[in-house]
Design a protein around this ligand. Structure first.
Ligand code: FAD
Length: 471
């Protein structure tokens, strides 16, 4: 028997892809790293996932779990010949209205969960800009954020329990419906572990009540400094908006060409702020935000008049990356985070790096929590361009770390930033993380080569990255 034949015994012929053309797309995600998926399987149940893992273990074949492949750090791409397990067919939703929770399959699309719970008066708060495509399994594995995570927190705060298939092919339940389950918080360890500890087959997620009222404010500024000062000023006044997003002029111009969202294209930066809650509170908070914006020389100040204008503004924000994809043959989206008070200093240095390397840089970011998304638009056919982009990307991360930031705000480490982990973690830190991974998966069968750099643990095989890889 071969692994392919055994998997076809378990799943049937059509749910196992082995032809090069069929599996080609599963060798990439939405980032810049490319791999090669040798075999792709589509389970529909937890029992099937467990059987796949046991089978792959028998053949000593590495496994990469995959949701929708919208990840930007190469997390879902195989770095060694192996098996990609795509969870998108596990997409059930069971709503528990009384407890404001839902059991969901890992393959449920983020936005579909909010659509399905809307009639019950709920939504799933983490809302990555990719929410119309990305899956809950991918959100959990990457501990994803989104524009509305400023007040609500990222995915980890919205997951109560996880069902997971372990490296032995066992099925375990981590966490539970109680707000503070006893025992070690292994649920918290698995959230954000990027598919390196097991395959998530089911999750109990917290649902957030839909707010009774909402105000969305659009403000424009003549300088990025004024916009950043407004962000700090709003928070200093005790208002934590549901969302507080910033875009620079190049980005608003690209968005306007793409979807006509109504952003002022003459402003150096725009802020999109949203407050939610009871009407009186929302009015009061919107008034404070307007006041702070005026104090910081806002050149545009508008409150969305109705739901359709609000939806148009958010469409603009969430289309930012699509807008750039229309404007340049290639783009490389970075994700780092700095203390909010360092935003202006960091932005100045980000623009300086882009200018020095002759790269077009556009910026869109979750300004409220200091999460930057510098986006380099380029043409990889241009002589030497890829090298310049790579050099600029590394400098960007180094600058953010120097001012007290982190490697990633929300997109994860994957393979893209694996070798930069040493910028922020000591040998002892990395060894501690490697030991945890070893406890879950001694053979490193799940998503090998991801997150931890070679040499994090003494037994580490120090495998080189894939031939031709970007990092
Ligand atoms: C246009 C665009 C906008 C984006 N905006 C945001 C944003 O605002 N905020 C944000 O945080 N991210 C954003 N992202 C990144 C990406 O969408 C998120 O990381 C998302 O959560 C990935 O989900 P996915 O289903 O596509 O996962 P994949 O890309 O398929 O996988 C991501 C990681 O999760 C692991 N994984 C997937 N499913 C499982 C499972 N069932 N069990 C164990 N491991 C699993 C994979 O192995 C991989 O390491 C954006 C991406 C794009 C392309």
């Amino acid at each position: 028997m071969t692994l392919t034949a055994e998997l076809r015994d378990i799943l049937g012929h059509d749910r196992v892809l082995s032809e090069p053309l069929e599996r080609w797309v599963y060798g990439m995600d939405s980032g810049v790293v490319r791999g090669d998926a040798q075999l792709v399987a589509f389970p529909e149940t937890t029992a099937e996932v467990a059987a796949i893992v046991r089978c792959a273990r028998h053949y000593r074949t590495p496994i990469v779990a995959r949701g929708a492949g919208t990840g930007l750090a190469g997390g879902a791409i195989p770095t060694q010949p192996g098996l990609v397990v795509v969870l998108t067919k596990m997409n059930f939703v069971e709503i528990d209205e009384a407890n404001a929770t839902a059991w969901v399959g890992p393959g449920v699309i983020n936005l579909d969960l909010s659509k399905q719970t809307e009639t019950h008066g709920f939504h799933f708060a983490p809302d990555p800009s990719s929410q119309s495509a990305c899956t809950i399994g991918g959100n959990i594995a990457n501990n994803s954020g989104g524009p509305h995570c400023l007040a609500e927190g990222s995915t980890v705060g919205h997951v109560l329990a996880l069902e997971m298939v372990t490296a032995d092919g066992d099925v375990v339940m981590l966490g539970g419906p109680a707000p503070d389950p006893i025992g070690l918080d292994l649920r918290g360890v698995v959230v954000g572990s990027e598919g390196t500890l097991g395959i998530i087959t089911k999750a109990l997620v917290r649902l957030t009540p839909n707010p009774p009222d909402v105000r969305t404010l659009l403000t424009g500024f003549a300088s990025v400094e004024d916009a950043a000062a407004t962000v700090s000023g709003i928070i200093a006044r005790g208002v934590v908006p549901a969302a507080l997003e910033m875009m620079d002029q190049r980005m608003t111009q690209a968005v306007e060409r793409f979807v006509s969202a109504g952003f002022p294209t003459d402003a150096a930066a725009v802020l999109l702020a949203e407050v939610v809650g009871l009407s009186a509170a929302v009015e009061a908070e919107a008034a404070i935000i307007s006041e702070v914006a005026r104090e910081n020389n806002a050149t545009t100040l508008r409150v969305a008049a109705d739901e359709s204008e609000r939806a148009r503004l958010w469409l603009g924000r969430k289309s930012a990356f699509g807008a750039v994809a229309q404007a340049a043959p290639d783009y490389y989206l970075h994700d780092t985070v700095v203390p909010r008070t360092k935003l202006v200093e960091t932005m100045t240095r980000v623009y300086e790096i882009a200018d020095r390397h002759g790269i077009t840089m556009l910026n869109v970011f979750h300004a409220g929590d200091g999460n930057l998304h510098p986006l380099m638009a380029f043409d990889s056919e241009e002589e030497g361009m890829l090298d310049r982009v790579k050099a600029a990307a590394r400098e960007l991360v180094e600058v953010c770390v120097q001012v007290g930031g982190a490697l990633s705000g929300e997109h994860g480490i994957g393979i893209e930033k694996r070798d930069l982990m040493k910028l922020v973690f000591t040998e002892a830190d990395l060894d501690a993380q490697a030991r945890i991974r070893e406890a879950f998966d001694p053979a490193q069968a799940f998503n090998p080569d991801k997150i931890l750099p070679a040499g994090s643990r003494c037994f580490d095989l120090g495998r080189p990255p894939l031939e031709g890889m970007w990092v």
